[in-house]
Write a protein that binds this ligand. Structure first.
Ligand code: SF4
Length: 104
């Protein structure tokens, strides 16, 4: 099991679950995360981008909280995994685009 796979097994099972008494209002989107019903490894392609991302993106495309998930990943500078249907590289590009738009 590589580091990305270990992270997947730690992070993705927490999505799709929640405790209303513990979660803040801005984290309730996690309760509806579709990836909680999928193989976590699919959401963590290896460093070369191999494995999983195509299937993960299919799941994200059907996820009712993809927008919230992507916003969370961008705000928290998530470096690993697929979030909101976007790879790390795609999120970096989005962050750059948003930074340029905010500066103009
Ligand atoms: S958008 Fe994808 S990674 Fe995010 S919660 Fe939904 S299924 Fe999971």
């Amino acid at each position: 099991m590589n580091a990305e796979s270990t992270l997947a097994r730690l992070i993705y099972p927490t999505l799709g679950r929640g405790n209303p008494a513990e979660d803040s209002d801005d984290e309730t989107w996690r309760w509806s995360a579709l990836c909680a019903q999928s193989d976590p490894d699919e959401f963590f392609p290896d460093k070369q981008g191999r494995g999983g991302s195509v299937q993960a993106k299919r799941v994200c495309a059907r996820c009712p909280v993809a927008t919230e998930c992507l916003d969370f990943a961008l705000e928290n500078h998530e470096e690993y995994g697929i979030w909101g249907g976007k790879t790390r590289r795609e999120r970096r590009a989005l962050r750059s685009t948003r930074a340029v738009a905010a500066a103009s």
